[in-house]
Every structure is written in structure tokens, then in C-alpha cells.
Design a protein around this ligand. Structure first.
Ligand SMILES: [Ca+2]
Ligand SMILES: [Ca+2]
Ligand SMILES: [Ca+2]
Length: 405
């Protein structure tokens, strides 16, 4: 058992009871282990970590008066807020856990907003298309890095939209070079583990809707145009054709620089859904019901070629059309999608495929993990373990993020 104090607990008020649910088991799981009524001073809870240090938790706010519930999630942010210490029952099972994970001091990085280390690769108006809202306001430009967050640019004002609309259209130009440049700073802070928000290629600001899982975003690397040409020369369905773009290579350099500092790095695995321009959805849309990719997604309607409008439709995560979801058959994921994700996982965990995972990422944070059947994550964990031979010191971790359901 681990006794985990949550430093800086969630703010509570007198008319609300905050409960914290957590689980930590040998499988990637989120069954409730223990519910602990909290006071506003501290949060402590016990979790069982029998084999792998999988920490999943979310906070439930219950209004006892109206019975109205609000759920919200702190899984990602809380990674930087927890310190883990062994409780009285720590001996035994916890020994099998990864020591690095228990000693981790995390820093979460949203790459687009962390540091612009290379102004030559900044996003362009065209690079923002293909996702919400799929238009670029006239006069749009990358936001000056040190500008006042609340000061609106002329192009933002001209849209007539409110701040929270146009703020999502902003790009600041953060990239991997910026993270590399700041590693010494992070080390000086005492950080020894980095969690990167999604880095896979995507036109969106947040990159939770990928175009490709097997490439780092082209604008996070030094040569966006060159990377686009490399990607266009591949068959994404055939991992044998996958190449390393300049952004991919820079990410491998980042991993190396992190490991040289005896730090760790985990990345966001967004495998429940993709972005509208995801390559396989694009193929399905163009090829129709007979497409080999038709069964990858929850497609509800195909285009009628006899009409001018595009009737193609599908289910999105929480109904959000920008985030098309993979189907959920028995097994939790269509078989060909499993194969694709397995190849993706192997690519980032052992990039040179020499059997030694020292050149790969140290773990995964799984986005909206509870929206995908547990049977799939069990398999995912087996793939992770396959990429971390017991004889090697680089043990990997899986962290699942929860979202309100
Ligand atoms: Ca940049
Ligand atoms: Ca049509
Ligand atoms: Ca390797």
C-alpha cells in the first residue's frame, strides 16, 4: 500500500463535501478503492499498488443540499501536486513498483505554450485549418510571446467573438527546441520527471485530436514543410514505410537530453479518439463503406454521391465532431487499430528497435482512459511491458487520466 498525501488539496467549501476516489492496482484500472471524506486542510488516501505504479484519481464534488453533482478531474494537474510516501503497509507489494515513479517530482508541459525555441517553425494560418473552427481570422498572426494574456490582438477584436473564443485560435509558437533549452532550468527547480501534453501531429492548439500518432507535430520541429513531404511519402497503414521527420528526430534528442540528466519523460497517449484529419478517417471518408478503415470508427452515415452536400457523419467524443472516436467492439478496440497503436507504442518506446528501451519514453499518460473498455488497457499494458525487458533498468509506467462521465 502507498500512503499518498495530496499537497495543496482541492478547495472546499462548507456546503460541499469533497470526496476523492483513487485506485492503483496491478492492472490499469480505476475501480474505487476507498472513499475518504475530506476536510479542507489535507487529503490523504491509501491505494494498493501490487505491481505497477498506476495512479488514477479524480475528485467528486457532491452538493448534499440539492443532490446535484459536479464531477471534474484533476488527474493531469495533480501529477504535479502529489508526493508519494510509503505508508505503514508499504513493504512487500510496493517493492515491485518503479522507484523512479514514486520519487518523481513532475513538471507538466503544454508544448505550444512553454517556450518558443525556434521562431522559424512557428504555426502558419494554413497549419491551423482542419480542426475547430476551421477558419483563420483575417490578419491572424502568432501572438508575441510576452504579450499580456488579456490584451487582445487587432485580429481578435475584428472577429467580434469573445476572448475565450479567440484565445483558442491563438498560437504562441512553443516547440521542442524550447523545451530542450529549458531543461537546465527544470533541473535547477528539482524536477526529475516531465509530462508532455500531446505532441503528435495535429492542426489543433491542444493536439488531443491527432492527424498521425506516429509523428511529432511538424511545427514542434525545425522543418515543418520538409516533414510534410516526408509524411506524404509514407503509407500510414504500413509501419514499414514510416520514416523519422525532423520533428521526430528532435523529440528523440529531447528524450536523450532528459535521460542524460537522469530525468524521465512521459507523453500523452490519446488513443480513444483522433482529429478530423486523422489519416485513416480521411481514407474511410474518401473510399466509402468498402474502405478497410470503415470499421475503425463509429461511422453513422456515408456520403450520398448523388447529392452535393457531404452526408458523411460519425460519433465524436462527447458528441464533439472534432474528436472522432474509435469503435468499441469486444476487445475494446478494432483489431487493426490495435495493431496500429501497438506499432505506435513500440516506435516511441524503443525508437531504434534494438530491444533496449533506453532511447524511448518512460511511460504514458492515457487520455480519457475510462472511456475505453478496460480489456483494451490490459492489452496496452502488456505491450508496454513487452517494451521494458526485466533485465533493463528502464522501467515504464502507465498513468490513466479520467474525465467526468
Ligand atoms: Ca517555434
Ligand atoms: Ca453527398
Ligand atoms: Ca532502443
Amino acid at each position: 500500500m502507498l500512503d499518498i498525501p495530496l499537497i495543496n488539496p482541492i478547495h472546499t467549501t462548507r456546503d460541499r463535501i469533497v470526496q476523492l476516489q483513487a485506485s492503483c492496482r496491478s492492472e490499469v484500472a480505476w475501480d474505487m478503492q476507498r472513499l475518504t471524506p475530506l476536510d479542507s486542510a489535507s487529503i490523504r488516501f491509501l491505494v494498493d499498488t501490487s505491481v505497477i505504479p498506476c495512479i488514477l484519481f479524480h475528485v467528486k464534488r457532491v452538493n448534499p443540499v440539492g443532490g446535484k453533482r459536479k464531477l471534474f478531474i484533476v488527474a493531469m494537474l495533480a501529477l504535479g501536486m502529489i508526493q508519494m510516501t510509503r505508508g505503514n503497509g508499504a513493504a512487500g507489494a510496493a517493492e515491485a513498483s518503479d522507484q523512479w515513479f514514486r520519487d518523481a517530482v513532475w513538471y507538466q508541459i503544454f508544448p505550444e505554450r512553454f517556450c518558443n525555441g525556434d521562431p522559424t517553425n512557428d504555426p502558419t494560418p494554413e497549419s491551423c485549418l482542419g480542426t475547430w473552427p476551421d477558419y483563420v481570422p483575417e490578419g491572424w498572426s502568432v501572438i508575441p510571446w510576452t504579450s499580456d494574456w488579456y490584451a487582445r490582438q487587432p485580429w481578435e477584436i475584428r472577429t467580434g467573438e469573445d476572448f475565450y473564443h479567440t484565445a483558442q485560435l491563438r498560437r504562441y509558437g512553443g516547440d521542442l527546441q524550447g523545451i530542450i533549452q529549458r531543461l537546465d532550468y527544470l533541473q535547477d527547480l528539482g524536477i526529475n520527471a516531465i509530462y508532455l501534453n500531446p505532441i503528435f501531429d495535429s492542426p489543433s492548439l491542444h493536439k488531443y485530436g491527432a492527424r498521425y500518432f506516429h509523428h511529432v507535430d511538424r511545427h514542434f520541429g525545425p522543418d515543418p514543410d520538409g516533414d510534410a513531404r516526408i509524411i506524404a511519402s509514407e503509407d500510414p497503414a504500413d509501419p514499414g514505410t514510416w520514416q523519422w521527420t525532423s520533428a521526430d528526430k528532435l523529440f528523440l534528442q529531447l528524450i536523450d537530453e532528459v535521460h542524460q540528466r537522469k530525468m524521465r519523460i512521459i507523453i500523452d497517449g490519446v488513443f480513444n479518439h483522433v482529429g478530423i484529419p486523422f489519416w485513416a478517417l480521411d481514407r474511410a471518408r474518401k473510399e466509402g463503406p468498402e474502405s478497410r478503415f470503415a470499421d475503425w470508427f463509429q461511422i453513422t452515415r456515408w456520403d450520398d454521391p448523388e447529392t452535393n452536400e457531404d452526408e458523411f457523419d460519425y460519433e465524436g467524443w462527447f458528441g464533439i465532431k472534432d474528436l472522432p472516436v474509435f469503435r468499441k467492439p469486444r476487445g475494446g478496440m478494432p483489431e487493426p487499430v490495435k495493431l496500429h497503436i501497438q506499432a505506435v507504442l513500440s516506435r516511441w518506446m524503443d525508437p531504434d528497435q534494438d530491444g533496449n528501451p533506453a532511447d524511448g519514453v518512460d511511460g504514458w499518460r492515457l487520455d480519457v482512459a475510462e472511456h475505453r473498455p478496460l480489456v483494451f488497457w490490459r492489452q496496452f499494458r502488456k505491450w508496454v511491458k513487452k517494451n521494458q525487458p526485466r533485465r533493463l533498468p528502464h522501467r515504464r509506467s502507465v498513468v490513466g487520466g479520467l474525465f467526468p462521465a
